[in-house]
Design a protein around this ligand. Structure first.
Ligand code: MSP
Length: 502
């Protein structure tokens, strides 16, 4: 296990042309699980998220609403994003907005460093620009003259632009991928990135002419800096680059950038090349997750199937939603979101298997032992947690594997153990010693399950630990040891963890 004292992870910064949907929630939940896990391990964590505000998409959205004060619009939208994450229990440590002064200063400093390196030059550009992508689309990529992703006709733009000498970094990027295969994950994305760098990567225009919205090019104020060049720098400005160098030295390089698969090229080609040019170390890893469909269809406003995470969490609970998203879909692959499946998993995995187990065990203790934890016994192999497996799957971002290990390795076996040992029969027959042994094994196993699920389902974990009368603020090295549940501790049954849905 990596024993570094700090852990810095990021999500993409989101455009504020609309409110968050479950695709965005998914990234922030995954990041939140990791942030909580690393904090539980005793590391100091910086979890950075934020909003990408200098995009033309935001301007168009504001104009559509008849808003003329763009800054006022992005201020309002950015606080809505922030408030959504807070209300859904996302424990970000930093929030960066690209219209903040600290960010603008960082972008200017960065631009200067790249210019000093000789990697910025002036050139003429003609190409098809898609505002949906905030990128030029090659003529060969158009389908019937339209952007293949956004299905809109891109604008033909001819202008004098500043260029970044991306191709000067081709060999260095390829060498980095070879030396650090863990830099891009999953593996399938690494192949995609490699082939893009080898075959398609070209110098990139990093300014737009006469833009009214955006960060001005230093020394050429009538041009604005290309929004992706600006946005990527959030990962630096969010931790002090250009404003607090001690803070920056503490956190950079990032341990992990979590992104969606659609923005992998920006993060695995343009971004590392920008950093190489500015003489800064590269992030350790970029991990790309897949895309969501809803009931088998692409989520889109026009189809009317955009899922609001607040609504779903209000209905099923945030913990259940977090569990579902990370259990149902292999992280890194594509997946489908269906309320039917969510309902099934809620009823089966959560209410029947898990919630019932907690309730059964604690109630039996109340009934047969006056709610007092019996004498400690040594572990029963079928009910013991493998913290090594847990840590290794967690650190490989195999969330579905972690959760199925907990269910298949602990929760289901604990339910089977009750059915097999029949504590009610032991009580009736007066087999007190055996009854106490069975109950201790179950309680201690539950205590460990509570710690294992804590990053995924923090509220449910706390509810169990409170029933078991445990200190909620222990660190990894303390709580994973078998037998920490002290004999005599008073345990109290409480309301069901996952009540029946009305
Ligand atoms: N602003 C840029 C990112 C700049 S990071 C320096 C951007 N913003 S976005 O709001 O359009 O998208 C943010 C993230 O949401 C992307 O990682 C994207 O992959 C993800 N998702 C958007 N729709 C999604 C789904 N339907 N499913 C899963 N993730 C989705 O791109």
């Amino acid at each position: 296990m990596d024993s570094k004292k700090t852990f810095y992870l990021t999500t993409p910064i989101y455009y504020v042309n609309d409110v968050p949907h479950i695709g965005h929630f998914y990234t922030n939940v995954a990041a939140d699980v990791l942030a909580r896990y690393h904090r539980l391990r005793g590391q100091e964590v910086m979890y950075l998220t934020g909003t990408d505000e200098n995009s033309q998409k935001n301007v168009q959205a504001a104009e559509k609403l008849g808003r003329t004060d763009i800054q006022d619009y992005v201020d309002e939208m950015s606080s809505r994003w922030r408030e959504t994450w807070t209300s859904l229990g996302i424990t970000y440590d930093g929030f960066i907005r690209t219209t903040e002064d600290r960010h603008k200063k960082a972008v200017e400093k960065f631009w200067q460093a790249v210019q000093d390196k000789g990697d910025i030059y002036l050139g003429d550009y003609q190409g098809y620009y898609c505002t949906g992508c905030e990128a030029y689309v090659l003529e060969s990529e158009l389908v019937n003259g339209k952007c293949p992703i956004h299905k809109t006709v891109p604008e033909l733009i001819k202008e004098k632009n500043w260029f970044f000498r991306l191709t000067a970094y081709r060999d260095k990027l390829l060498a980095h991928l070879d030396a650090h295969p863990e830099f891009v994950e999953p593996q399938s994305r690494r192949n995609e990135v490699r082939s893009y760098i080898e075959k398609f990567m070209a110098d990139v225009s990093i300014s737009r002419e006469s833009m009214k919205w955006g960060i001005p090019v230093p020394g050429d104020a009538k041009n604005a800096i290309y929004v992706w060049f600006d946005a990527l720098i959030n990962y630096l400005s969010g931790v002090g680059y250009g404003s607090d160098e001690a803070q920056f030295a503490k956190w950079w390089p990032a341990d992990l950038h979590l992104v969606g698969k659609d923005i992998i090229k920006f993060h695995c080609a343009l971004w590392p090349a920008m950093l190489m040019s500015a003489g800064l170390p590269l992030p350790k890893k970029v991990f790309a997750h897949g895309f969501f469909t809803v009931g088998g269809e692409k989520m889109s406003k026009s189809l009317g199937n955009v899922v609001d995470p607040k609504e779903i969490c209000a209905k099923y609970g945030t913990d259940a939603m977090r569990y579902f998203l990370l259990r149902e879909i292999t992280f890194g692959g594509d997946g489908d979101f269906s309320q039917d499946r969510l309902g099934e998993r809620y009823a089966n995995d959560l209410a029947n298997e898990f919630g019932n187990l907690v309730n059964r065990v604690v109630s039996m203790l109340e009934k047969y032992c006056q709610g007092k934890v019996p004498a400690q016994v040594s572990a029963e192999p079928s009910l013991v947690a493998s913290w090594e497996e847990y840590a290794s799957a967690m650190e490989n971002l195999e969330f579905d594997k972690v959760l199925s290990q907990i269910w298949n390795g602990m929760i289901t076996p604990a339910n089977q153990f009750i059915d097999k040992t029949k504590p009610w029969a032991l009580a009736k027959e007066g087999k007190e010693e055996e009854l106490n042994r069975v109950l201790y094994l179950l309680l201690e196993s539950l205590r460990q399950v509570a710690w294992m699920i804590k990053p995924f389902m923090p509220e449910s974990s706390d509810k169990i630990l409170i029933q078991l009368n445990q200190d909620l603020n222990q660190k990894f090295d303390q709580y994973r040891t078998w037998g920490l549940l002290k004999p005599g501790t008073v345990v109290k049954v409480s309301l069901p963890l996952f009540p029946r849905l009305s």
